[in-house]
Design a protein around this ligand. Sequence first.
Ligand code: MV4
Length: 449
Amino acid sequence: MIKKVLIANRGEIALRVIRTCREMGLKTVAVYSTADRDSLPVRFADEAVCIGPPPSAESYLRIDRIIAAAEVTGADAVHPGYGFLAENADFAAVCADHDLVFIGPDPETIQKMGDKSVAKDTMRAAGVPVVPGSEGEIADLAEAARVAAEVGYPVMIKASAGGGGRGMRMARDEADLKKQFVAASTEAAAAFGHGGVYIEKFVEEPRHIEIQLVGDGQGTVIHFGERECSIQRRHQKLLEESPSPIVDADLRARMGEAAVRGALAVGYAGAGTVEFLVDKHRNFYFMEMNTRIQVEHCVTEEVTDTDLIEWQLRVAAGERITSQDRILEGHAIECRINAEDPFRGFAPSPGIITAFHSPKGLGVRCDTHVFAGYKIPPHYDSMIAKLIVRGHTRERAIRKMLRALDEFVIEGVKTTVPFHQQLLRDERFRAGDFDTKFLERFELVPPEA
Ligand code: MV4
């Protein structure tokens, strides 16, 4: 039984978790850095404990202080949110050592999926389609050249310890491979303390489409359909939607089944996401598995009418899943509203929000921790709100999002609102004709002087 949940996070996701806990009758404990003393999660939680100064390394990443906060408040479970310690296997293990239920999979699963090479080998063994390439890590340049020649150039060299686009190099031919192989492993060793890399064939103009799932660790995993996440800039997602404009019922069933099969192979417990690369022929390949709740989980919640945080809490408490895979209804879109200036290379724009009105109305949801007078601390990521809409069709959802963006009032800082307004009016976006390179070529029109 879980009675009191400590939320080891901040911002909108801390608030999101508190909301579901309250609906479920669970007590909540917020932890906060001094920069977040006056934040909404601190006000809305039943209790709050300060865990240090503003830098994450001295607060939200301090396992010892978070455990101490759980002990002094008598919390019996810890929700890590996303980012910070959410995919830290040590943290999950330390929670267990202190009789705290970690709201997520067990440390071994986090560890396994955190090593991208091991994750890929695990999925291959489970029968999930993977991009052709090396099995395990590459020992030396000779092996790299052999594997690359076998699968054909261009190839991608990826750091096992990387992920999310970090520690990744492309090589066009054998001469290039020599250079990139050394560069990739040197870089990975410096950045992650582990220089191991693996190689796979380069997938041209892929889409990033991911499957949401929940497992109970007792033999049942169900999926909640896909999210289209190809609208990214430098590996930062800006807009996500469900369903994907290119996924039909048959592809959804096959991707969902593959994701479930992979999760079952590791006895998955918790909410998780299996990321796929999808090529122009709609072949899909396993890319990575995220063992946390994700920023974009809301679009799935909207089209499946499901509270995914509730599912996380239920399976963490040992409940078995008795329901079926979810059917998607309608269309949902999420725009990430960041305090960044899209006309200046998305440079962070921290400061005080002097005026704030969030859009409302039928089918409009705004998940945010900010308000008029809120000071955006410079220490954390720049996302200040998620605007989520749903409609019966993609076209209607786009129209609703444009209306909602138009209604958004945020003064005092620059935001990504004007970026989204231009993106949603783009003909190719509206046609669903885009891939992960779309934003590289997207030309933002500067505002009138
Ligand atoms: C790839 C790829 C093409 N071919 N792998 C980037 C994030 C990391 N999870 C894997 N990524 C990629 N892996 C092969 N074999 C292209 C990317 C990629 C990408 C993937 C998803 C979303 C945006 C991306 C942007 C650039 C490259």
